[in-house]
Design a protein around this ligand. Structure first.
Ligand code: CAA
Length: 241
């Protein structure tokens, strides 16, 4: 079988890096997107021989031209893992319009920006895997994250609707909703707050990025062809939907 090409956004750090490595281990040709952290991305590329490309997923034109370039250089992308995302946490009464817009553009509008340039080729091929990274906080809500929860919940609606549209074309669209996972993003939560959060996790610890990545790799594979429009919660029991 021809080697499948997987594109992972935010794929050089945190959960995204673990996903890039898990897909590579499964035999995919992996392309990792990143935004601004050039040094980390270069090291990741050197260490793991995974090609990295920098662009801003909140910008439609940048997504379109990057996808065209990758397709020209490597071939058609069969698997998209849209993992890139940011937080701008603040209580709502202190949240600025900039904090709202940046999170909505980067975490939610990016779904349109990334999938739209890819969907025609997946439909024509009759195969595609689209996996979106949401969050436990899309489902349970979280103080200090009105912007993030809105965007991450939006991803679930986006994916359900797209799953229905594309099911007959061999394309599956699924969501992974990770709980608090041991990454830089979670470690930047104030220590006293993070202690409270860990105390709410029945498994008694933060998740590991490789635990999330293993589930992404499963959903990307042929064995998961009958799963679409689904949201998989991986949160150590912190929220049961
Ligand atoms: N869980 C439990 N309690 C929380 C909390 C949380 N997630 N976030 C805030 N609180 C509590 C604080 O402990 C504090 O309680 P006390 O008054 O009893 O001390 C109270 O809320 C007010 O918090 P702060 O004193 O920190 O208020 P602040 O205005 O300085 O900051 C904040 C507010 C920006 C929301 C800050 O508390 C914060 O960053 N909280 C973490 C929010 C969070 O959970 N973000 C998730 C980031 S990781 C992620 O998003 C990945 C993912 O998908 C899971």
């Amino acid at each position: 079988m021809q080697q499948r090409i997987a594109l992972v956004t935010g794929g050089t750090r945190g959960i995204g890096a673990a996903i890039s490595l898990a897909l590579k281990a499964k035999g995919y040709k992996v392309i990792a997107n990143y935004h601004q952290n050039h040094e980390t991305a270069e090291n990741f590329q050197k260490q793991h021989s995974i090609d990295v490309y920098s662009w801003d997923v909140s910008n439609y034109d940048d997504c379109q031209s990057a996808i065209q370039k990758i397709t020209k250089e490597h071939g058609e992308i069969s698997t998209l893992v849209h993992n890139a995302g940011i937080t701008k946490d603040s209580f709502f009464h202190k949240m600025s319009p900039v904090m709202w817009n940046e999170v909505i553009q980067t975490n939610l509008s990016s779904c349109f920006n990334m999938v739209h340039p890819l969907i025609d080729s997946m439909r024509q091929k009759g195969f595609g895997r689209i996996i979106m990274l949401s969050s436990i906080n899309a489902l349970k809500g979280q103080m200090g994250q009105v912007n993030y929860c809105a965007a991450k919940a939006g991803i679930i609606g986006f994916s359900k609707a797209l799953a229905l549209e594309t099911a007959s074309k061999g394309i599956t669209v699924n969501v992974i909703a990770p709980g608090y996972t041991d990454t830089e993003m979670v470690r930047s939560v104030p220590e006293n707050v993070l202690e409270k959060i860990i105390a709410q996790i029945p498994v008694g610890r933060l998740g590991r990025a490789d635990e999330i990545a293993a589930c992404v790799a499963f959903l990307a594979g042929d064995d998961a062809g009958f799963i679409t429009g689904e949201t998989l919660n991986i949160n150590g029991g912190q929220y049961l939907s």
